[in-house]
Design a protein around this ligand. Structure first.
Ligand code: BGP
Length: 477
């Protein structure tokens, strides 16, 4: 009977700005998320222009991973991880983004971190850009809408490819760059996370988002060429945040709307996998008076920089409706669709849909025929600690178990080539969308509260041992 591959990658994903802290240490510059304050339940985050006293900026301390990474990697190793996805904070390497020489201390931190992982046999997967751009790049160059950023990014990428050469095989060019589609209304939150700018402040948002989307896609394929020139063994992927949209009714208008909304997230995947920037997107821009600056030389990079693998982050599904007048803003999902009444939702209102994972694995694999790794999946919940410092997170176990079961069905019954499962937030982290600590994903509890109090001590939750068994049995238990 078919099972998961013997060398299936099991582990988790974390991101620098959500865990490291030490935001001014060892020469680090300010990154865009260092200017994001804490929001609280249901309240959008605030993005300030500079650090203001008296406000809480969760990335400034994170969970102090910068100083405690050895303890944390040891706990991941205890669970049996053979892979961990980390990200590099660009502002540790080039504090303003455009220095001539990189900051050696920043490089050394990531070398130590990767060495620590390797000493336990944990394969590093490194994301070059997970919402961590030097603030100065936004101030001086106006972010990704400016083509000049591509060269700054490539310089940073080259520095890291060389600094971690022969140690890191799996590189990810970007995390979730797909959340800023020019043809649909983006939120301030997503444009800030992806590019450090606020949608509501843009004069010509469609044009700017189109430039951003094109420049980031081009940067990704150029980085892929560079990585393989430096070391032919490098495998380059990109991570997309993927959300299936289901039709709210069988009415053909809803079916079509659902298809379009689902595929909206794919034009950059097409650009990085099919060897050219998609003509349908260029045509769409032309008919909307959007003009993107395509140079002749770009063509070669789109062809040569095609991805080796695809990573996707999966949390939830939503619905599309063109007719249903009962849909109100209250049942709106994070990605602009509606909440499916057949699904339960998390404490933060994210619909829980394990079958959607199988659906998307099939769709993505059949469209691109590339190996896929699930780079994020998990349940954000407000965990309670008992008097004995125990955290009984059966709801998390159920969520992950249901999703892993659907992943296995996709591999075993549907023949999808999925080579790994990295759950999101194996240790509690600062939430990207709200800045809260209360929204926890981890197998490891971190004693840190939203008012900044807490010992930062780590505790194993019930799910810690559960995941250990999942890994030990290669997903059979
Ligand atoms: C993804 C991001 C992660 C992560 C996750 C969960 O989109 O790539 O950085 O944070 O969402 O979101 P949150 O932390 O807001 O619950």
């Amino acid at each position: 009977m078919k099972t998961l591959k013997e060398n299936f990658l099991w582990g988790g994903s974390i991101a620098a700005h959500q865990c490291e802290g030490a935001y001014q240490e060892d020469g680090k510059g300010l990154a865009i998320m260092d200017l994001a304050t804490q929001g609280s339940y249901g309240v959008p985050r605030e993005f300030t222009k500079q650090v203001e006293p008296g406000k809480i900026y969760p990335s400034h301390e994170g969970i102090d991973f910068y100083h405690r990474y050895k303890e944390d990697i040891k706990l991941f190793a205890e669970m049996g991880f053979n892979c961990l996805r980390i990200s590099i904070d660009w502002s540790r390497i080039y504090p303003s983004g455009d220095e001539e020489v990189p900051n050696q201390k920043g490089i050394e931190f990531y070398q130590r971190l990767v060495d620590e992982m390797l000493s336990y046999g944990i394969e590093p997967m490194v994301t070059l850009y997970h919402f961590e751009m030097p603030v100065e790049i936004v101030r001086q160059y106006g972010s990704w809408a400016n083509r000049k950023i591509i060269d700054l990014y490539l310089k940073f990428a080259e520095t890291m490819f060389k600094a971690l050469n022969n140690k890191v095989r799996y590189w990810v060019t970007f995390n979730e760059l797909n959340h800023v589609d020019p043809m649909s209304k983006a939120s301030d939150m997503f444009t800030y996370l992806v590019a450090g700018i606020k949608y509501s402040e843009l004069e010509n948002p469609k044009q700017i988002l189109a430039n951003i989307g094109y420049n980031m896609s081009l940067a990704s394929v150029k980085a892929a060429c560079l990585a393989r020139n430096i070391n032919a063994d490098n495998k380059v992927g990109c991570v997309f945040g993927i959300t299936p949209f289901y039709p709210a009714t069988p009415h053909p208008d809803d079916v079509l709307a659902a298809f379009k909304q689902t595929m909206r997230d794919f034009y950059q995947v097409d650009a990085m996998c099919f060897g050219q920037f998609p003509q349908y997107k260029i045509n769409e821009y032309i008919s909307n008076d959007i003009n993107i600056n395509i140079l002749e030389e770009d063509e070669k990079f789109f062809f040569e920089g095609r991805l080796d693998f695809l990573g996707f982050n999966y949390y939830q599904s939503e619905m599309s409706s063109t007719l249903n007048t009962k849909q109100t803003s209250e049942n709106r999902g994070l990605h602009g669709g509606y909440i499916n009444p057949y699904l339960e939702v998390s404490d933060w209102g994210w619909p829980i849909d394990a079958k959607g994972l199988r659906y998307m694995l099939n769709l993505v694999y059949r469209r691109y025929n590339l190996p896929i790794i699930i780079t994020e999946n998990g349940l954000g919940a407000a965990d309670e600690v008992t008097a004995n410092n125990e955290i009984i997170d059966d709801y998390r176990i159920k969520y992950l178990n249901d999703h892993i079961r659907e992943l296995k069905k996709a591999v075993i019954e549907d023949d999808v080539d999925c080579f790994g499962y990295l759950m999101w937030g194996p240790i509690d982290l600062v939430s990207a969308t709200t800045g809260e600590m209360k929204k926890r994903y981890g197998f490891i509890y971190v004693d840190k509260q939203d008012d900044g109090s807490g010992t930062l001590n780590r505790y194993r939750k019930k799910s810690f041992n559960w995941y250990k068994e999942v890994i030990a049995s290669n997903g059979e238990s």
